[in-house]
Design a protein around this ligand. Structure first.
Ligand SMILES: [Fe+2]
Length: 269
């Protein structure tokens, strides 16, 4: 599969998932996880990976509101998530390239919203694209990471847009606050506002993932989000990357945690 933006699959996971919901003793959570990983391995979009500090380091993560984290702006909370990319605060070398989501139980059909970055860039002036390609923006650590003093952690200034050698554009934007480098005000904040307004105007694709439906989203070419979760909504998530060099180097020498990986990629805390 050559995946530039996103793909939607319908899988045999639907039967397994339904059996599990009818009678949790017949099918274990682990069977669902293994079947999901098996499908992803056939797509050859990269290897599954995660960080020790997120979802307790589980490779297949349960994306559903958790009682103790409901007020979080994260995959385990209920608050609406604005369009974003995952782990924008990490350097590209260790950041998730593709996120795979599989529907398990979504009775009120809460959608996953996806916007292509080109559709946003078409709606802004070249000055805005130019401004967002400057390293003037700092992102905080997502709330889904269980790290001490998480609120104090901010990545060094980086761009929101990056042009690849082949002329295509990549995006990194968190759903939480973005800080603008002091000297860059008011220009940077002004262009960020214009970009966010174009983001709101761009076509939103909606995927109401039902049992066994899988969507794989490019985390650099699309932004994703969802409305608030009122009832039950349960998805499985797997992060994929083609090149695990920076992560493997870290794991060989240190705890394969998010900060060790970030340091290996030349990122200073
Ligand atoms: Fe996300």
């Amino acid at each position: 599969v050559n995946l530039d933006h996103l793909h939607l699959y319908s899988s045999n996971l639907a039967q397994i998932t339904r059996r599990a919901l009818e009678d949790p003793h017949r099918v274990s959570d682990r069977e669902i996880d293994e079947a999901f990983l098996e499908i992803l391995s056939r797509l050859s979009l990269g290897s599954p990976f995660t960080f020790a500090e997120q979802h307790a380091g589980r490779i297949v993560q349960d994306i559903r509101p958790m009682e103790t984290h409901e007020a979080e702006r994260s995959s385990r909370g209920r608050i609406a998530l604005d369009l974003h990319t995952d782990d924008a605060f990490l350097p590209r070398e260790v950041r998730v390239e593709y996120l795979a989501l599989c529907g398990i139980f979504n009775p009120t059909q809460i959608p996953t919203q996806v916007v292509r970055i080109e559709d946003v860039c078409e709606r802004v002036q070249p000055e805005t694209i130019e401004a967002l390609a400057q390293p003037m923006f700092s992102f905080g650590c997502p709330q889904s990471y269980d790290i001490e003093k998480r609120e104090e952690i901010w990545a060094s200034p980086q761009p929101i847009l990056k042009y690849r050698e082949n002329g295509t554009v990549e995006v990194a934007l968190p759903s939480t606050e973005v800080k603008v480098t002091e000297g860059a005000e008011p220009k940077a904040a002004h262009h960020l506002r214009l970009f966010k307004s174009a983001l709101a105007d761009a076509p939103h694709r909606q995927f109401e993932l039902g049992a066994g439906e899988i969507i794989v989203i490019s985390n650099s070419r699309c932004l994703h989000g969802r409305p608030a979760v009122e009832g039950e909504r349960w998805l499985k998530r797997v992060y994929l990357r083609q090149d695990l060099t920076a992560l493997n180097e870290t794991a060989a020498t240190e705890t394969p945690g998010v900060y060790a990986a970030a340091r290996a990629a030349g990122y200073e805390r």
